[in-house]
Design a protein around this ligand. Sequence first.
Ligand code: FAD
Length: 310
Amino acid sequence: PYEVLIVGGGPAGAAAAVYAARKGIRTGVAAERFGGQVNDTMAIENYISVLETDGPKFAAALEAHVKAYEVDIMNLQRAEALIPAASEGGLIEIKLANGGSLKSRSVILSTGARWRNVGVPGEQEYKNKGVAYCPHCDGPLFKGKRVAVIGGGNSGVEAAIDLAGIVAHVTLIEFGDALRADAVLVSKLKSLPNVSIHVSAQTTELTGAEGKLNGLNYTDRVSGQAHRVELEGVFVQIGLVPNTEWLKGVVELSKHGEIIVDARGQTSLPGVFAAGDATTVPFKQIVIAAGDGAKAALSAFDYLVRLPVV
Ligand code: FAD
């Protein structure tokens, strides 16, 4: 069995693996896709000390760093169930989709999250070519340009306010008949001179030419009329879904499905820690996930050294 088994190989899992291995304890990482979301990222300009890199390069660097230590990397392995230890301090079991199972004295869950897609033509085609999901990451790429934000909940309205300070113009598109964000955010948004808001607006297509996004088509759900907005960027803000479906009923999750952790990354189950985008830790960013992974590994180590000697 492992002493620390990490499920998920994104920035959080990789950092956890390096920190655990440096304690000289038997460490394994099982990941569906090593590198995680960064594989889908183009420019990364906010990982402190790395002025600029791209996703695939960053993912390769994560893997190289983990491989510099004695860590069992089990890539292309999806975890399907967590079976708590029979008694405190006992072995925790992770069942894999391939039928296998792994046992460990402590587990770090770092399965990340995925952005909900709008699911209209053009979205996949222009992903990273104008279609973006993370305003903190990609906002500055659209400096002085026109963008739309799809989604009028808190994250969409926050994104629109944030972007309005950087870009030339923001069009906010909301499917429902009203913005669903907190009133204070909505009134802030409405006070901004370079923002237009469309409610009851159903996005029908993201269009482009020569490999670049150039506009968004939507239908007014009240009048049935079709409209077009010319722009250079679209931020999709209709939800970030944590990859925690398989943990329901086993560890405590928030109403958004995030693993509830305390300041040390401890979950509701003894010996089980969590880190990164899959958790309730606010602000989903690489640098935050990495710091969180380090913290969870140190917490797991702390847990292990306190287990009674058997
Ligand atoms: P993830 O990166 O999501 O990794 C999760 C890991 O768990 C993966 O290895 C996955 O395969 C694995 N996994 C999931 N479910 C299972 C399972 N059941 N069994 C086994 N393994 C599983 N952040 C920035 O700071 N700067 C940026 O410029 C930036 N740009 C971004 C651009 C895009 C397009 C996207 C999508 C995100 C961007 N982010 C950026 C956000 C950043 O990528 C995430 O905050 C970060 O990757 C979270 O790390 P994580 O380790 O928590 O999760």
